[in-house]
Design a protein around this ligand. Structure first.
Ligand code: ADP
Length: 448
């Protein structure tokens, strides 16, 4: 016999977990369906943090910020292609979402910056560790506390739809048995499609052969399932390549390293661009280099301020040396060129003015404390900005822009919020803010 739920959540990334917690707290009977053997989706790999403006934690640190500026900088970063209604919602609800997390013992009170932003508004854990693991472990504790059912290694194969209304899902478990779960609301939180090469290449043929930073569950299945019940999509060709991906491991080298003061240097030993520009622009400059790759270079002070750096060292792909000269030798780089580059950058850091490339943020300090570190990087497929269309309540819309009753979507599966280029730190904001909203609204519909 089919099981009955108020709300079924597809996907256990940040959006799905936030939605499930909120729906449960609104009194709904909830189940989370996850096709992979582990919880956390691609969210668990998130590095830098969660953007929000006018938060309590910014005020505590004396950081003056405004929602308006956050909105404008995101719009500019997205090449003015962002859906302004959804973006406004994100910006307005961001401080509440930071508090929602804090109330659940997920405190993001250290603050850094990412490319394309002018103010420190990327909230991360106090120990400056990567946000993804911290967030997921905190959310899972909350899921367990509420006894919310999580079905792992179980994949939704179809969203059931009768007479224009969603009625549940069909699931297939690890033994290939399929069954039906009835639900008044289905929240699709299945993430993006960066790991679905065929789908990426369909929309962007030139990305054939690029590595991806994503986990292998990022296949875009939620988009296809929602299209089958009439959902519209937007911006499907807007696929973000992240500039700094270690190519042998497909490991993302977080923007937090550059945000902490690192620079990008070509094989010729020279800086070539403003490292704190948006991801699309930095990626394009790296691809234009003769080697189509570059080095992230930093010193001991940067390492000490970014836990992620130690993770990269443990992974074994960081080259280190006691002096810039010795580092250049190891990198097969002209050491005169590297020394001149560091000297010039250090001068810019001291005068807080980058005369060569106009870097305005994260000129944290001169890079002059050994040991020195380098990671070889090149761009990789990182985020799919396109996806299904929703309204500001996270209700999925059909091609006539009408609500599909009972279908909700949140997180990377949704298109439009980030326009043509997502700013670092805005994905976590997106998934948490719209996850909460989806959980609330899905539960309210189920009560009706
Ligand atoms: P977001 O960042 O939007 O929360 P994530 O990528 O972190 O998205 O999480 C999405 C999750 O959804 C992943 O764990 C993925 O394995 C899961 N998923 C994707 N498609 C399905 C499906 N058809 N059935 C069940 N789980 C799915």
């Amino acid at each position: 016999a089919p099981q009955n739920y108020d709300v079924v959540v597809i996907g256990s990334g940040g959006a799905g977990l936030a939605a499930a917690i909120q729906a449960c707290d609104e009194g709904a009977r909830v189940a989370i369906i996850e096709k992979m053997p582990t919880i956390g989706g691609n969210t668990i790999k998130a590095s830098v943090g969660m953007n929000a403006a006018e938060t309590r934690f910014q005020k505590l640190k004396g950081i003056e910020d405004s929602k308006e500026l956050f909105f404008e900088e995101t719009l500019k970063g997205g090449k003015f292609k962002n859906n302004p209604v959804l973006l406004r919602e994100l910006v307005e609800l961001a401080p509440e979402a930071i508090e929602w997390l804090a109330a659940k013992d997920i405190v993001l009170n250290d603050i850094t910056i990412t490319g394309g932003m002018s103010i420190d508004r990327t909230h991360r854990p106090a120990d400056r560790s990567a946000v993804g693991g911290f967030l997921i472990s905190g959310l899972v504790k909350n899921i367990n506390k509420r006894n919310i059912e999580v079905l792992l290694e179980t994949s939704v194969s179809e969203i059931l739809f009768e007479k224009g209304v969603v009625t549940g899902v069909k699931v297939v478990d690890e033994y290939n048995d399929s069954r039906i779960l009835n639900a008044k609301s289905v929240i699709v939180a299945t993430g993006g499609f960066s790991a679905n090469r065929e789908m990426v290449v369909k929309y962007r043929p030139e990305l054939d052969g690029f590595v991806t930073t994503n986990h292998k569950g990022a296949t875009g299945s939620g988009i296809a399932m929602l299209q089958q019940i009439g959902a519209d999509t937007v911006d499907m060709g807007e696929i973000q390549i992240h500039p700094t991906v270690e190519q042998t491991t497909s490991y993302l080298v977080s923007e937090a390293i550059r945000g902490g003061g690192a620079i990008l240097v070509s094989q010729a030993g020279k800086r070539f661009f403003n490292e704190m520009e948006t991801r699309d622009k930095v990626s394009a400059e790296i691809i234009a280099l003769p080697e189509k790759s570059a080095w992230v270079i930093f010193d001991e002070q940067v390492r000490m301020n970014n836990k992620a750096a130690d993770e990269y060292i443990a992974k074994g792909f960081v080259v280190s040396a006691p002096s810039p000269h010795a580092l250049a030798v190891k990198l097969n780089m002209d050491h005169h060129a590297l020394l001149a580059t560091l000297e010039r950058y250090n001068l810019f850091a001291e005068q807080q003015n980058d005369e060569d490339f106009g870097r305005k943020t994260a000129l944290r300090h001169p890079l002059n404390q050994g040991p020195f570190y380098a990671i070889r990087i090149a761009p990789g497929v990182h985020h799919t900005m396109g996806g299904v269309t929703i309204n500001r309540d996270t209700a999925v819309l059909n091609t006539q822009k009408e609500v599909i009753e009972g279908a909700w979507a949140a997180g990377e599966v949704v298109g439009g919020i980030h326009g043509a280029n997502r700013i670092g730190g805005n994905a976590i904001a997106d998934i948490i803010i719209f996850g909460i909203l989806a959980g609330r609204n899905a539960a309210a519909l189920a009560r009706r």
